[in-house]
Structure formats: C-alpha cells, structure tokens
Design a protein. Structure first.
Length: 240
C-alpha cells in the first residue's frame, strides 16, 4: 500500500476561475514530487482540531515552505524585513511537528519547514540574512530561485542520499542562527549559512533550507522520505 504523505499548505487569498477567495494552496511541484516518489499526497491546511487523528493516519510529513515564522516564538521582536507572517499556520505546524516527532513519524522540512523544526526545538533564526552574508545565491529577487552550492557533511544521512556536494534552488531571506539542541547541522552554503539539519538517531527527520521540489529531475529526498514512511507503515502492520 502506498504511504500517505501529509504536506502542509498555505492559506492565502487566491484567484482562480471567476473566484477571488481564501483558499488552502500549495505549489503543485510538492504534489508531483511525492507522486513520482511513490507516495500519496495529503494536503494539510491549518486547522485547530483533530490533530491526533491526523497523525495516526499519516505515514510521513512534509513541512513545506512559506512565510516567515513569527519571531515571538524564538524570543525576538519583529525585524522590519520580517513581514507577511501567518500566526495561524505557525500554531498548526508547530503542534503538528511536535506530534510527529513524538511518535517517530518521518519528517522532511523544506525551507520554512526546516526553520519550524529549529524553532520548535528552541533554536532561533536570523531574521534578515543580507545583513550577515552576501545574499545573492539565497534569494536573488522576489519570485525567483537562486542557485547555491552546498557542502554536506560526510557520514550524514543527507550525504548518503546526495553525496558531499549539491547544487540547489534557494529562495529565503532568513536562516538558522542558534541551532537547537538535538539537531545537527549537516549542510552549509559557501558563506557558512546552515542549509541542512538532521536529528541524530531518528529514523528520518531531515530539514533543508532549499527547495528540492523545484528539481523535478532529482527526487532523492522525497524518495527517501517515502521509503522511510513505507517502512514505518510495514512496522505498523506487523504490530497489529
């Protein structure tokens, strides 16, 4: 049976057909990546109830990209460049991620999703990366992806999937500052920015600052998540 992979979604004002209305939306590239990797995508809009039942039904989870995390969650005031936050999405995804980690659900955090994992575990963020580093490769312009060369730590789960170097698509102006206890940084950009994290000892908890869904010719991260989800699904069947 194909594993069910939950993907968190945006809730945005959206125009389609003759309508302009609030909608739960997600770039289709996430859906396509999960389907190509053998999973069944389940879109997860921010909700306030039913979380425990949701976690019971999923085999894996993708925390997708999106708006900046509210800085209050890591003890900072808003930077002028921290705009367009979505407190409702933060509330949902923090509860969802906490529940997923508690039961050992395989998790892939993408861009914002990696930052959610770090803040959830009591790390902090750089609110505006151009103040720290040359930002060209991270977000050259709004609505475009930059190209970054990532060095991946030998012996990490990520190196086992991608090797020790990767060229990736990035679009972010924030990044990890203080790395949370319990996380290990396993990938860095040339300017030192943390670009990938793992939870040592977990079956599969991986966060990347880039957007792997924008590389349709390379589904290795999604395939790894789906394999971990399938393995967990098999263990659950044996335990019944």
């Amino acid at each position: 049976m194909q594993p069910l992979i939950g993907i968190t979604t945006y809730t945005e004002r959206t125009s389609f057909g003759v309508w302009n209305t609030d909608a739960a939306v997600l770039p289709k590239s996430y859906v396509d990546s999960v389907v190509r990797s053998g999973g069944v995508p389940v879109l997860l809009p921010p909700t306030s109830s039913g979380l425990s039942h949701l976690i019971e039904r999923l085999d894996g989870l993708i925390l997708s990209g999106g708006a900046d995390v509210v800085p209050f969650r890591y003890g900072q005031p808003n930077h002028p460049q921290t705009t367009g936050t979505r407190p409702d999405r933060d509330s949902f995804e923090f509860r969802l991620a906490r529940a997923a980690l508690a039961v050992g659900l395989p998790v892939l955090g993408v861009c914002r999703g990696m930052q959610v994992l770090n803040v959830l575990l009591h790390g902090s963020l750089i609110q505006h990366l151009p103040e720290r580093v040359n930002h060209e490769g991270h977000r050259p312009a709004l609505g475009t992806y930059g190209s970054s060369e990532i060095t991946i730590h030998a012996g990490s789960r990520l190196a086992g999937l991608l090797g020790e170097r990767a060229s990736v698509h990035c679009h972010h102006h924030q990044a990890i500052d203080r790395l949370a206890d319990g996380l290990v940084a396993v990938g860095h950009a040339e300017d030192g920015t943390i670009e990938a994290i793992e939870v040592p000892g977990a079956d599969f908890v991986l966060g990347v600052q880039w957007h792997p869904e924008e590389s349709p010719q390379d589904d290795r991260l999604f395939s790894a998540l789906t394999r971990a989800a399938s393995a967990r699904q098999g263990q659950a069947v044996l335990a019944r």
